[in-house]
Design a protein around this ligand. Structure first.
Ligand code: ADP
Ligand code: F6P
Length: 322
């Protein structure tokens, strides 16, 4: 039975991380487990940047974006020397487990530390929803809602000027945000890494729609960041259609802001589940969502899984986007 655990946030931040920190802290305290906050991810573990967590240190954070524990990337933790140094710090402090909130990179570190003898539980915290073994990651819903609100504003000016706005949404390796946001804002095209795209066809569709009876004169094209061609896409579409185009890169604004209800609730349930595992001395697991329910899976097995893309949703989008 664990009596003292640590918690850290690592990699890119995501709205809802604070809700997870609060849930882990409060559910551990309820079980009589002491909680140590580790600041700046694995960097703080190696540098011993600790804060004691109590019921009040997590008061008033459930509605706040960012992470109260700060986050960082720690190249040193990618090799065994760094991991063993981390294990020594845990032993020194008497930590019997750590909850790691982050993405797949952070989980690999958690797996290494688990193998070194410190049970770690990974909680999926990334706006990209690109963790293989879970249907949902903390921050995804808030980021999509932020992008949707921003693009709704963008449509106003795009429409006034009869322009085409090519909007880049986040997603380094994944187009989940792009597809959902594309549907939600009524975009005319969505371009992602997962599906082939044909700029000639998109341009032809724009011209056809523009020239149709009661034609539409403005267009929103959503591009996932990972495609890496946003400027070129805008330039090509302008050349091919003659419609004046502008690029908007939404960027890190999508990572901030108050988490949605969905993010707060799932972060809370996932945090609670992580403590239940650590309480029993179980580590090397990822907590995720499967068929709408919180579950856990072996860390390495979870990372090796392949996540399906939103193929059906993508097709639904294209049949309703004109
Ligand atoms: P994310 O967790 O959001 O995917 P990163 O990929 O930047 O973000 O990883 C965050 C941190 O996790 C890294 O700075 C490093 O400390 C640790 N990490 C990443 N990849 C590995 C790995 N292969 N092995 C061990 N630790 C890793
Ligand atoms: O993984 C989340 C994410 O926001 C990606 O969508 C984006 O490419 C990346 O992080 C940006 O990371 P950084 O904070 O290093 O700019």
């Amino acid at each position: 039975m664990a009596k003292k655990i640590g918690i850290l946030t690592s990699g890119g931040d995501a709205p809802g991380m604070n809700a997870a920190v609060r849930a882990v802290t409060r559910s551990a305290l309820t079980k009589g487990i002491e909680v140590i906050g580790i600041q700046r991810g694995y960097v703080g573990l190696l540098n011993k940047e600790f804060v004691e967590m109590n019921a009040r240190t997590v008061s008033g954070i459930i509605q706040r974006g960012g992470t109260c524990l700060y986050t960082a990337r720690c190249p040193e933790f990618r090799n065994m020397e760094g991991v063993m140094k981390g294990k020594a710090v845990c032993d020194e402090l008497g930590l019997e487990g750590i909850v790691v909130i982050g993405g797949d990179g952070s989980f690999r570190g958690a797996g290494d530390l688990s193998n070194a003898g410190i049970p770690c539980i990974g909680l999926p915290g990334t706006i990209d929803n690109d963790i293989q073994c879970t249907e949902y990651t903390i921050g995804y819903d808030t980021a999509m809602n932020t992008a949707m609100e921003m693009i709704d504003k963008l449509r106003d000016t795009t429409q006034s000027h009869d322009r085409c706005s090519v909007v880049e949404v986040m997603g380094r390796k994944a187009g989940y945000i792009a597809v959902n946001v594309g549907i939600a804002v009524g975009a005319e095209a969505v371009i992602t890494l997962e599906r082939e795209y044909d700029l000639d066809a998109i341009a032809a569709k724009m011209v056809k729609v523009k020239n149709s009876k009661n034609g539409k004169h403005h267009f929103i094209i959503v591009v996932a960041e990972g495609v890496g061609q946003t400027e070129n896409i805008a330039k090509s579409l302008q050349e091919m259609t003659g419609i004046e185009s502008r690029v908007t890169i939404l960027g890190h604004v999508q990572r901030g802001g108050s988490p949605t209800l969905r993010d707060r609730v799932l972060a809370t349930e996932m945090g609670y589940h992580a403590v239940e595992l650590l309480e029993q001395g179980i580590g090397n697991r990822i907590v995720g969502l499967k068929d709408g329910k919180v579950y856990d899976i072996d860390l390495q097995e979870g990372l090796a899984m392949k996540k399906p893309f939103l193929d059906h949703r993508y097709d639904v989008f294209y049949d309703t986007a004109y």
